[in-house]
Write a protein that binds this ligand. Sequence first.
Ligand code: KG4
Ligand code: ZN
Length: 344
Amino acid sequence: MTIILGLESSCDETAAALVSDDRCVLAHRVAGQEAEHRPYGGVVPEIAARAHAEALTPLIEAVFRDAGLSLGQVDAIAATAGPGLIGGVMVGLVTGKALAHAVRKPLIAVNHLEGHALSPRLTAPELAFPYLLLLVSGGHCQLLRVEGVGRYRRLATTIDDAAGEAFDKTAKLLGLGFPGGPAVEQAALRGDPKAVPLPRPLKGSAEPHFSFAGLKSAVMRAQQSGHYSVEDIAASFSAAVVDCLVDRTARALESSEGVTALVVAGGVAANGAVRAALQALAENNGIPFIAPPLWLCTDNAAMIGWAGAERFALGLVDGMDVPARPRWPLDPEGEKVRGAGVKA
Ligand code: KG4
Ligand code: ZN
């Protein structure tokens, strides 16, 4: 059995996990930074980096305690090397390098997006390549054909905001606080999804790309009009996002011959309405729908450890000179899209 220590620190969650190649999460811990960032209504990079530096070592000690293992018993150390907020990424990667050097074990530099992309295979052993992945997080909104470990073909991306970013901005506008996704989801459950007429940007367009900036502006106008309750705006916004995600994913499915499953990953995959709508889409297309459990959707280190295990099995390890990368596309060949500003 191979055991990998996974480390994650690319945004506002510090996490450590011990994962084995037979799909056991031996221990995993996540420390959020909501309290530190809440006064600013969003993630402040400098505050995040300092919080990672404080939290990471105690978390690593804790997962070894939880699992009853010692550092000498791991076979490799996998750390997120990007994309993300560079200060935080450096904290995790440098820690990973130091530990790997200390016990003379290989280092695996994991792309955070690959962590999300392969995470469904940790809990669904039957999930085989190639699969169509909707990767929806705070920084990314992409459709990818996952052909193998390290082999990703990007079919679509957002031309402006990511879906999670839209949830976070809507939450801020509606005074629902931070982090926004879960707060908007809760408010939406008490509202009428048909109450506010909102646009579905790019719905029906030929390429399966996404756009959420216009939706965000429409939410702002609805809120400023004073005609609608927070719950109705939240419900109408969620319905619009779900519609867009489903329409764009359906378009990508049309051109994705031979995929074994429709898979969703990333923080927005924790949303119940998103999961239900994608499940129905998969059923209509006669393919299985696979979504990781909620704790594996939002940022965590088990997915980094698991991606590390998948890479390790193929002999894909990295040197001590591997850099921390603020930007790191999964598919470097992915065409540049009009207006696409890839957020860290
Ligand atoms: O994957 P993740 O933890 O971090 C990034 O890599 O970005 O995703 C975080 C994003 C945030 O924008 C958050 O608001 C969103 O995922 N999110 C949700 C839900 N839980 C988290 N969005 C909608 N509904 C949720 N339940
Ligand atoms: Zn993420």
